[in-house]
Design a protein around this ligand. Structure first.
Ligand code: 3H9
Length: 684
């Protein structure tokens, strides 16, 4: 027995308690302990039942993801499960925290499952580009039926105890919070009643209903085709679930194994694994340890009730943090608040929010036209017009009204936080909190650390992000910070390609096929050409289209024309404008195939990422990946630009950039850091 498992016996019930922080992942030592524990209890004639339970914050949160891609060490999880299932004793899993993936599969090997009311179970393997590979796809449908299993396993969502009980995934929800006490009592009761010892694998009623019904899976695929596009694991999940209905259990299990093995080393799984750890890494700042104090944020002031300010406010309202929303004019304030209400109403209509929750959120807003109202808030976020002078006026005014220790944050996208900070007498309390549009939806929060920002203030910003369900990425001060800066170069190259005669539809197709939800030109039309082309001052395709009142989807079409169902066709007017501007600028057509178009659009993003790293703006390359994934919906199964670059090979990326530099000029000049990495045979 390893020291990860404690073996105790109470009234003929063996209680096996595993303790392997932080999340009791099912690594080799844990697996070995479970097998040893079950073998010991199973061999003991005085034991009637076995309770499997974990210490710490959760029941097994799944297989140990760090072990994927390494040589398997036996016993592997399916063997652990086989050991549990072959025990002659009555077996009960006692669940708390988040029994996920292999953790839930382990629980499903037991005859019964009891859980705390706060427990959330799930099979989230899809988020790692995988499928449940230890029986989950064969067992869950046997409990919930095929339609629910399809929904649960392809979404990977967490299910609260109440719903899990209704679905038949668990058998009992505890009344109080003494899980071990209630699990032992439950075990005794089951033994006393001589309760059935039916394994989930032996239950076929729910799956038999759908045997041979291929049409259910086709309908499910068709209904979700947009959401599933590009995700290889989803198709394998559907096939595995179909096997649970169409094949006997053992054959279904074999099919699951085959489908799991196909994914384990796939591009998606390696990329999504990278993203899993990268997401957790962003919170780690080498010179700001976790022990750094955090300032309490119990109320927030937001300056500017426009699209951005309103969206930012919603994040706090959703987290039940009161907001004082400040505007210059009553009209703007009323409009901003009504937009927030409309946004919530859309959620209510879609069944994602209740009327009561909507009203509760709206009640947390205090409208204001007076800076003095901000005197007692813990944090102010400024979201006013993107002009340095205006920002400085706002910050110097705030400096005169807010209390000592209040954090002053700017949502600027491009401006210098250090300069803004110097307009106050407390630059140590100033940071950037850069949200991405739409601010109530996009997950990224860039926390911008000024030269004088206090570590405590930075730490508070990083922790706050989690509270409002965002992923924080730390950035130093620099034009565009991380995500906007690296993605801007794709935009420049889009414009160049268009002027060189590449069909806009082809550009959109290449980016869509790579995995983005929309191509860059369709995005311009969606955002509005008047917004995109603002401030350039130059005669560009967009400025001409705007002068013709072609603003994009919202008015008269842009690069594309739209019908009433928003179906688009390339606009002949826009094509004429492109030709004219290219002629004015003396740009000759340069044909390019799809591979070259992709490289010319996205290799500069990698190159800009290398510069961002070299300048110390980002802490690590994986932070850039997360910024692009969470801020710009970079396809998660590509792992972000820097991870993608590693998979292509940096030497190849560099070679292409050098070729493009020769052909098209300095926009492609490789970052010296990238050159150095290649010379040293290193990766990002
Ligand atoms: C699977 O089970 C496959 C099977 O079907 C088939 C097998 C044959 N492994 O997120 P946190 C680490 S696939 C290794 O910050 P929270 C994490 O990296 C797996 N490490 O905490 C972090 O480390 P560090 C299916 C893991 O409270 C620390 O734990 N299961 C694992 O916000 C704390 O994590 C999943 O996909 C793991 N499985 O959230 C569940 N999980 O401190 C994945 C966590 O060094 N995990 N770590 O940065 C989660 O969703 C969340 O971690 C959880 C806790 C909800 C559990």
């Amino acid at each position: 027995m390893t020291n990860l498992l404690t073996y105790e016996v109470t009234d003929g019930i063996a209680v096996l308690t595993v303790d392997s922080p932080p999340v009791n992942a099912l690594g080799y030592d844990v697996r070995k302990s479970i097998v040893d524990g079950f073998e010991k209890a199973s061999a003991d004639v005085d034991i009637n039942a076995i309770v499997l339970i974990c210490k710490g914050r959760t029941f097994f949160a799944g297989a140990d993801i760090r072990e994927f891609g390494t040589e398997p060490k036996f016993p592997i999880l399916p063997e652990v499960i086989a050991t549990i299932e072959s025990s002659p004793k009555l077996t009960i899993a006692a669940l708390h925290g988040t029994p996920l993936g292999g953790g839930l599969e382990t629980a499903l090997a037991c005859h019964y499952r009891v859980a705390l009311a706060t427990t959330r179970v799930g099979l989230p393997e899809v988020k790692l580009g995988l499928l449940p590979g230890a029986g989950g796809t064969q067992k869950l449908p046997r409990l919930t039926g095929i339609p629910s299993a399809l929904e649960i396993i392809t979404s990977g969502r967490q299910i609260k105890s109440g719903e899990a009980l209704k679905l038949g995934i668990i058998d009992k929800v505890c009344i109080g919070d003494d899980l071990s006490g209630e699990a032992i009592a439950f075990a005794k009761e089951l033994v006393y009643q001589n309760a059935a010892r039916t394994l989930v694998s032996e239950r076929n009623e729910k799956t038999a209903e759908h045997q041979g019904q291929a049409e259910i899976y086709d309908a499910f695929r068709a209904k979700n085709s947009k959401r599933f596009r590009g995700f290889k694991s989803v198709e394998n999940i559907i096939k595995a679930i179909q096997a649970s209905a169409d094949l006997p259990y053992k054959q279904g299990l074999k099919r699951e194994r085959e489908l799991f093995s196909q994914l384990l080393e796939s591009r998606d799984a390696t990329a999504q694994r990278h993203v899993f750890f990268a997401e957790r890494e962003t919170g780690k700042i080498p010179d700001i340890p976790k022990t750094t104090p955090v300032r309490p944020i119990n109320n927030v002031g937001i300056i500017g009730a426009g699209t951005m300010g309103g969206g930012i406010a919603m994040n706090f309202l959703n987290a039940q943090i009161p907001v004082i929303l400040l505007e210059k004019k009553q009209e703007a304030l009323d409009h901003g608040i009504s937009v927030i209400r409309q946004n919530y109403q859309r959620s209510v209509k879609g069944g994602r929010m209740s009327e009561e929750a909507l009203e509760a959120c709206m009640k947390l807003i205090t409208p204001s036209l007076d800076y003095a109202d901000l005197s007692s808030v813990d944090l102010v976020i400024e979201a006013v017009f993107e002009t340095m002078d205006i920002k400085k006026t706002v910050f110097s005014t705030l400096d005169t009204v807010v209390k000592k220790g209040c954090i002053l944050a700017s949502n600027t996208s491009y401006l210098d936080i250090n300069e803004i900070a110097e307009s106050t007498s407390r630059p140590q309390d100033v940071i950037g909190l850069h949200f991405f549009s739409p601010a109530n939806i996009m997950n990224l929060l860039e926390v911008v650390r000024g030269e004088k920002s206090d570590p405590e203030v930075v730490n508070t910003g990083m922790r706050l992000a989690k509270k409002i369900m965002k992923t924080p990425v730390l950035s130093r001060v620099g034009w565009g910070f991380i995500a906007n800066r690296v993605m801007k170069v794709r935009s420049y190259q889009t414009d160049n390609l268009i002027l060189q005669g590449i069909n806009p539809e082809t550009i959109d197709k290449v980016i869509y096929d790579y995995g983005f939800a929309m191509g860059p030109i369709a995005v311009k039309d969606l955002v509005g050409l008047d917004v995109i082309g603002r401030d350039s001052g130059e005669r560009t395709v967009e400025s001409v289209l705007v002068s013709m009142e072609r603003l994009g989807q919202k008015k008269n079409g842009g690069y594309y024309d739209y019908d009433k169902n928003r179906q688009r066709v390339l606009s002949p007017i826009a094509m004429e404008v492109i030709k004219d501007i290219a002629q004015e600028k003396g740009i000759e057509p340069v044909p390019a195939d799809e591979g070259e178009i992709l490289a010319r659009l996205l290799y500069p993003v990698i190159n800009e990422g290398a510069k961002v790293l070299d300048e110390g703006i980002a802490l690590r390359s994986s932070d850039i990946d997360i910024a692009c994934i969470k801020g710009y919906n970079w396809p998660v199964y590509q792992g972000g630009p820097m991870f993608w670059a590693n998979t292509i090979g940096l030497k190849k990326v560099l070679g292409k950039l050098q070729e493009f530099e020769q052909r098209f000029g300095e926009a492609f000049t490789p970052s010296p850091y990238l050159v150095r990495l290649v010379e040293e045979g290193k990766e990002f």
